[in-house]
Design a protein around this ligand. Structure first.
Ligand code: C2E
Ligand code: MG
Ligand code: MG
Length: 290
């Protein structure tokens, strides 16, 4: 049934034993996910976003992990299903609240100018919810969170979807005072004229380009052009998936503002982030003393 629906609805598909096994597996995953949500098995991990100029942490991206008794499940294995069954909506609502409250605690302890920010991912299904902006606005007011410190990451194909509707949603979100980022930029086929019209603040260059930058001149050229384009439009750039010193060196030379990747830290829990923030502070105190 799912395959027929995916193929464009009102179609029929012949079922075979392998498909049956897949359907059973999928049904089990759906049931497990719902149960996991009710039992509070989802954890928020964080990954720092670092200024390439100062080397200091400017903010974090909040990323879901599913803590099962047998081990941690990465989001690639369940986000799509959570999205398809609509569970992503309460999941992400909860994640945003937890991540924003965590950031408030860090902001109180680690003053920075501008203050530390938190990035969260908005999925296509959430983006299609008519009350998304009002729900986020109410939650931020409720906890007294400065909207300017929240970055909403929206993947390129959704953010730059050429419809009046997507433009309206972006405008409603922007009116809350939050920042908007285009996630995984470079992978979609977006029209550049549209980029000029939508109210985004940041482009996050997809990891696929960064990964190959040091060995492949074409990837390097794409990264250079994206950074140039972003700067011409007054946008900031985050390079995703920086893994090596060479990546960092090349990105600095291209005037990229920020980086996020294993070269700084893998996504990890709040305790690990607290340690990073502490060492970040002592590093800057040491350099101020020099
Ligand atoms: P994303 O938003 O593009 O997040 C960045 C992903 O790149 C994360 O994978 C992160 O672990 C990975 N990454 C960061 N640096 C490196 C690096 O140097 N090398 C490599 N190889 N990978 C790196 P993760 O956590 O597995 O998340 C995958 C995707 O799942 C995310 O991509 C995001 O689209 C989605 N996702 C994760 N958590 C959530 C969530 O809570 N809500 C929503 N809506 N989506 C989520
Ligand atoms: Mg993201
Ligand atoms: Mg991304």
């Amino acid at each position: 049934m799912y395959r027929a629906k995916r193929g464009g609805k009102a179609r029929c598909e012949v079922s075979d034993p392998a498909m049956h096994a897949n359907a059973v597996k999928r049904l089990k995953l759906e049931t497990d996910l719902r149960k996991a949500f009710d039992q509070g098995e989802f954890r928020v991990f964080y990954q720092p976003i670092v200024s390439l100029k100062t080397g200091k942490i400017t903010g974090f991206e909040a990323l879901t992990r599913w803590q099962r008794p047998e081990g941690v499940v990465p989001p690639g294995e369940f986000i799509t299903v959570a999205e398809e069954i609509g569970l992503i909506i309460p999941m992400n609502r909860q994640l945003r609240l937890e991540a924003c409250q965590r950031l408030q605690a860090w902001q109180a302890e680690f003053a920075a100018n501008p203050p530390l920010s938190m990035s969260v991912n908005i999925t296509p299904k959430e983006f299609a919810q008519p009350d998304l902006a009002s729900e986020i606005g109410t939650a931020l007011k409720h906890i007294g969170f400065n909207p300017a410190c929240l970055q909403l990451e929206i993947i390129e194909t959704i953010a730059m979807g050429d419809t009046e509707k997507s433009g309206q949603v972006l405008a409603q979100l922007k009116a809350l005072g939050v920042r908007l980022s285009i996630d995984d930029f470079g992978t979609g086929y977006s029209s550049l004229s549209r980029l000029r019209k939508i109210p985004v603040d940041t482009l996050k260059i997809d990891r696929a380009f960064i990964m190959n930058m040091d060995t492949d001149s074409e990837s390097r050229e794409i990264v250079r052009i994206i950074i140039m384009l972003a700067h011409n439009l007054g946008l900031k750039v985050v390079a995703e998936g920086t893994e090596t010193e060479e990546h960092i060196k090349l990105l600095k030379a291209l005037d990229c503002e920020m980086a996020q990747g294993y070269s700084y830290s893998r996504p990890a829990d709040d305790k690990a982030m607290l340690k990073l923030l502490e060492s970040n502070r002592s590093a800057s105190a040491a350099s101020a003393g020099n």
